[in-house]
Design a protein around this ligand. Structure first.
Ligand code: SAM
Length: 298
């Protein structure tokens, strides 16, 4: 009968966060696969557990994964631990779990610390719906593609970041997402734990004076609800109608211009019309055409 894979969460800084079940699982496993065997050896020493350790990391995940799977199929039980936190969250644990599932091996979670969840819960930002975004790429093109794809994301977003990339990441986020609220947690559960709840622009000012140190989680508020975004874009909507009128030079009425522009921009006619009235793009229309449009709207 084949063995099992246990994904064992370990502390993200404070050894006091080790659960009884974590200890028991490490103790009972036939062998432990670790992202960095030196880090895990220290943990095992602290727990007074002597166990065979093999390495499983980003660069050997293919060859090591095959060996681990062969041993599990032969009946052994493997406990997988990564350097810190929950295996599978922004670390190679995800691949081993998938390979085992594909090989019909039973996979169990031994839950525990996870930096993303810890930072979210203390951010003060909405936690009912959130999007975990992991690390942004180092490459400019793909990091901007990633950020641009999140412009309209309404859920709270969580990112991991290394200290040497923090200031650049904050600046890129400000450029693409605007001056959103952000909660920056560093060194969670450790002696120098700190959480700064502010706006992106203020965080940038802060880190212009203070060198970032330690491990960071960034929790950023989502985009305003789409109905709010329409409100903000009213001036742009009114301009779009004015452009339609200007482009069609055969005496187009405001009502017709709104009718043409609404499907083009994917905006409800009512919203477009009230934006036009507020921003007064044309002075030639009378109130009659306003009421006609409102009756027949949408
Ligand atoms: N699997 C881990 C988890 O469950 O949180 C995350 C692994 S990922 C490779 C490492 C990143 O997690 C770090 O670069 C940092 O962004 C974040 N992180 C880990 N420990 C942290 C801590 N104590 N405080 C703040 N961020 C932490």
């Amino acid at each position: 009968m084949s063995g099992k894979l246990h994904l064992v969460a370990t502390p993200i800084g404070n050894l006091g966060d080790i659960s009884e079940r974590t200890k028991q699982t490490l103790h009972e496993a036939d062998f432990i696969a670790a992202e960095d065997t030196r880090v895990t050896r220290n943990l095992l020493q602290h727990l007074n557990i002597k166990k065979e350790l093999i390495s499983y990391h980003e660069h050997n995940r293919r060859s090591s994964g095959e060996k681990i799977i062969a041993r599990i199929i032969a009946g052994e039980t493997c406990a997988l631990v990564t350097d810190a936190g929950t295996p599978g969250i922004s670390d190679p644990g995800e691949d081993l779990a998938r390979q085992c599932i594909d090989a019909n091996i039973e996979v169990y979670a031994i839950p525990g610390p996870c930096a993303a969840v810890a930072a979210l819960t203390i951010s003060g930002l909405p936690a009912g719906r959130f999007a975990f975004e992991g690390f942004l790429s180092m490459a400019k093109k793909s990091r901007f593609e990633h950020l641009n794809a999140l412009k309209d994301e309404e859920r709270t977003m969580i990112f991991y970041e290394a200290p040497h990339k923090l200031t650049r990441t904050l600046a890129d986020m400000l450029e693409v997402l605007g001056d959103r609220r952000i909660s920056i947690s560093r060194e969670l559960t450790k002696m120098h734990e700190e959480t700064m709840r502010t706006r992106l622009s203020t965080a940038i000012e802060h880190y212009a004076q203070t060198t970032p140190r330690g491990e960071y989680v960034l929790v950023i508020e989502g985009a305003p609800h789409s109905s709010k975004r329409e409100e903000y874009d009213e001036a742009a909507m009114a301009e779009a109608v004015a452009a339609t009128i200007a482009n069609i030079k055969n005496g187009l009425s405001l009502k017709d211009a709104v009718k043409i522009t609404a499907p083009e921009r994917g905006i409800p006619k009512n919203a477009l019309y009230s934006a036009v009235l507020k921003h007064d793009v044309t002075k030639t229309e009378d109130r009659e055409s306003t009421s006609i449009l409102r009756q027949s709207d949408n």
